[in-house]
Design a protein around this ligand. Structure first.
Ligand SMILES: [Zn+2]
Length: 298
């Protein structure tokens, strides 16, 4: 039976002890008070590393070995290094694995560390908790940025959130600075930049009340996700898609399916499934721990 720790960094940090693909005990969080929303953007990398190591130290069981530690964060991650992270820019180029490993050594904790993209960890968590570790699972995470995760991990950046979904040169709200990106329409930050006068929650609420500008945008938001999904289907084939994240409440799955039906017309690739999953930090924590352990056994 494998034992690992999963750590997930998004707007906050959540960590848990995983045994045999299940969460054991309570999650550890930073900030500890969930009402405290100062975000991680302002925290320098070395302080972030300390915060991560404190969570791991608190979770490590007093007896027995840890098989692996998996750390998931938003961005392009390769060989333990964060190559880019538009939503946590201080991490760009940071050797997170190495730093965490060094700090943990000083505390007497030795375990192999694997670094993942947070959406990939969510995909691994969904695969692990639904007995689909033998299948290809794709997941969209709707948050400040738009994550696109895949399990099993495959070579390549798989930055699906930056799929081009419009040729309009005025679509410039993506966190990465690119033009016409899915995240530039759907991301929380991008929505705030587009509607300077209202919060994303108000946009979706006003759309229901019949505000034309908001209603048009809500349609565009769903069509953008359908376009991103259609592109993934056209490139990699149909299969299971999950949609989750802090903004999952905005999703009208029926509308998404309708738009996707209009976009994917070749019958051999129409056998896809879409499922909306409520946002729970456990899934990505389980995914980070489980994927780290699987990687270790390879
Ligand atoms: Zn982008």
């Amino acid at each position: 039976m494998g034992r690992s720790i999963g750590v997930v960094m998004t707007n906050d940090i959540t960590a848990g002890l995983i045994e045999d693909r299940r969460l054991i005990g309570e999650l550890r969080r930073y900030p500890e008070d969930p009402d405290e929303h100062h975000g991680l953007v302002d925290l320098p990398t070395d302080q972030l590393v300390e915060v991560i190591c404190d969570r791991i130290t608190a979770l490590k069981p007093a007896s027995g070995e840890l098989d692996a530690i998996g750390i998931a964060l938003p961005g392009i991650v390769r060989a333990g290094i964060v190559e880019d992270s538009p939503n946590l820019p201080q991490l760009k180029g940071a050797k997170i694995s190495q730093k965490v490993e060094a700090t943990l050594h000083t505390r007497g904790i030795r375990a192999p560390i694997a670094l993942f993209n947070d959406a990939d960890a969510a995909a691994a968590g969904l695969a692990a908790t639904r007995n689909q570790l033998d299948k290809v699972v794709r997941v969209w995470t709707l948050g400040n940025g738009i994550g696109f995760g895949r399990y099993p991990d495959a070579p390549g950046p798989f930055e699906g959130g930056h799929t081009i979904v419009t040729l309009d040169p005025k679509e410039t709200f993506c966190g990465c600075g690119g033009v016409g990106h899915l995240e530039g329409i759907m991301g929380h930050r991008a929505m705030r930049l587009r509607f300077m006068d209202m919060e994303p929650e108000e946009i979706f609420e006003n759309a229901k009340q019949g505000d034309q500008r908001c209603a048009d945008f809500v349609k565009r938001w769903h069509r953008a996700l359908a376009a991103g999904t259609a592109t993934s289907i056209h490139l990699e084939g149909p299969g299971r898609f999950y949609i989750t994240g802090i903004n999952i409440g905005f999703l009208d799955l029926f509308l998404l399916k309708q738009y996707l039906w209009d976009m994917v017309k070749m019958s051999p690739i129409q056998s896809y499934t879409l499922e909306s999953i409520p946002e729970t930090p456990e899934i990505a924590v389980i995914g980070a721990g489980t994927a780290a352990e699987i990687e270790q056994k390879r």
